[in-house]
Write a protein that binds this ligand. Structure first.
Ligand code: ACO
Length: 334
C-alpha cells in the first residue's frame, strides 16, 4: 500500500512581534537577530486564541483542499510539545473538526514532531489499514520562553500546520524514503524540564509532610545551548537527508524543494550548501514566523503550495530536528 499527500493548511496567531519590539524588552537589535538567524517577525498567541483553535483552523483548511469529509478521517495525529491539555490535545481537535469516527492522539517530538507524525501516518496506512490520516504540527513555544533571555526569546513563534495523508495504491506512493533518529545524550543542550514545587506539599493532619506528598508541577522555560544545537543540526541533518535519499534510490539533484524545519537561516543555508541544493530550490519563511517548532514544516509547505511554488508531482526533501535530541527526514512527492 502507498500513501499520498492530498491537502495542507496552516494558521498563525494575529499578534505579530517584530525584532524592534523585542529590542524594547531585552538588550538586542533587529540587525543582530536578522544577521544571526534570518528572523524578523514572529506570531504569538493572545486573547481567545489557543493551540486548539490554531490546529483546528489549519486542519480544516487541509481537509477542504483535500475535499475529504471529516467523517472519513480515521486518524488525527497532533504533533506538539506544548498542548492545551497535558493528557493530550488531539481528541479536542478531533471533536471540533467533526472527525467523529477517528482515533486521535498526540505525538511529542519537539521540532521533529511533524516529521515523526508524517512517518507514523505512513506506517498506520501501510500496516494498519488506515485511509485518511490528518497530521497536525502545532506549537506555542511562547508559553515556555523566558522573555528576559535574549539568547532564546528572539527565536520562537507560535503556529499550526496540517497535511492530510491518504492511502493509495503502490504506484501512486508519495513517500519515497525516510530516516528517523533520536539521541538522548544531547538532551542537556535543549530542554524544558519539569519543575516540582516542593512548597505545595500536602500536610498531614499533625502538620507533618506526608511520606508521599502530592506535588504541583510546572515546566522550566526553554534552556538551550545554541552553539551545540547549531552544530548538531548542521552535522546530522545532511546525513539524514542523504540516508533518506539513498533509501529512495534518488540523487540529491532530483530534489525540487528542500524544506527544513525553520530554526535558523544559517542552518538552512549550511545544509543546502552541503547537499548542493541551489538557494532557489530552498523553501524558507522563518523571516516572518521564527521557529514555530512542530508547525514550521507544514506552515512553510502550505505557503509554498498555495503560492504555486510547490506543484503536484514535485519532489520534496523535508527534515526536522530539535529537542530530544530528535531528527529525521523524508523524501516525498507532493
Ligand atoms: N542580541 C544581541 N546579542 C546577543 C543575543 C541577542 N539576541 N543573544 C546572544 N547575544 C550575545 C551573547 O551574549 C554573546 O555575547 P558575548 O560574546 O559578549 O558573550 C554573543 O551574542 C554571541 O552569542 P552566541 O550565543 O555565541 O551567538 P551565536 O552566534 O551562537 O548565535 C543563536 C546564537 C542564534 C541562538 C545560534 O546559536 C543558533 O541559532 N543556534 C541554533 C538554535 C536553534 O536552532 N534552536 C532551535 C532548535 S529546534 C527546537 O527543538 C526548539
Amino acid at each position: 500500500k502507498g500513501c499520498k499527500f492530498v491537502g495542507c493548511g496552516s494558521a498563525v496567531p494575529a499578534l505579530q512581534i517584530s525584532n524592534d519590539e523585542l529590542a524594547s524588552i531585552v538588550d538586542t537589535s533587529d540587525e543582530w537577530i536578522a544577521t544571526r538567524t534570518g528572523i524578523r517577525n514572529r506570531r504569538v498567541l493572545s486573547g481567545e486564541e489557543n493551540l486548539t483553535t490554531l490546529a483546528v483552523e489549519a486542519a480544516g483548511k487541509a481537509l477542504q483542499m483535500a475535499k475529504v469529509d471529516p467523517n472519513d478521517v480515521d486518524l488525527v495525529l497532533m504533533c506538539t510539545s506544548t498542548p492545551d491539555d497535558l493528557f493530550g490535545n488531539a481528541p479536542q481537535i478531533q471533536r471540533q473538526l467533526g472527525c467523529n469516527k477517528s482515533l486521535a492522539y498526540d505525538i511529542t517530538a519537539a521540532c521533529s514532531g511533524f516529521l515523526m507524525g508524517l512517518i507514523s501516518a505512513a506506517c498506520h496506512i501501510r500496516g494498519g489499514g488506515f485511509q485518511n490520516v490528518l497530521v497536525i504540527g502545532a506549537d506555542a513555544l511562547s508559553r515556555y520562553v523566558d522573555w528576559t533571555d535574549r539568547g532564546t526569546c528572539i527565536l520562537f513563534g507560535d503556529a499550526a500546520g496540517a497535511v492530510l495523508v491518504q492511502a493509495c495504491n503502490s504506484e501512486e506512493d508519495g513517500l519515497f524514503g525516510f530516516d528517523v533518529n533520536s539521541d538522548g545524550t544531547g538532551h542537556r543542550h535543549l530542554n524544558a524540564n519539569i519543575k516540582e514545587n516542593e512548597t505545595n506539599n500536602a500536610l498531614g493532619s499533625n502538620g507533618s509532610v506526608l511520606a508521599f506528598p502530592p506535588k504541583q508541577t510546572s515546566y522550566s522555560c526553554i534552556q538551550m545551548n545554541g552553539k551545540e544545537v547549531f552544530r548538531f543540526a548542521v552535522r546530522c541533518v545532511p546525513q539524514s537527508i542523504e540516508s533518506a535519499l539513498e533509501k529512495a534510490g534518488l540523487p540529491a539533484s532530483s530534489i525540487d524543494w528542500l524544506l527544513l524545519h525553520q530554526a535558523n537561516q544559517r542552518i538552512i543555508d549550511a545544509v543546502a550548501t552541503r547537499l548542493e541544493v541551489p538557494p532557489e530550490r530552498v523553501i524558507s519563511n522563518l523571516a516572518n514566523y521564527g521557529n514555530t517548532s512542530a508547525a514550521s514544516i507544514p506552515l512553510a509547505l502550505d505557503e509554498a503550495v498555495r503560492s504555486g511554488k510547490v506543484k503536484a508531482g514535485h519532489t520534496i526533501a523535508a527534515a526536522g530536528f530539535g529537542a530530544g535530541l530528535t531528527w529525521g527526514s523524508a523524501i516525498v512527492r507532493w
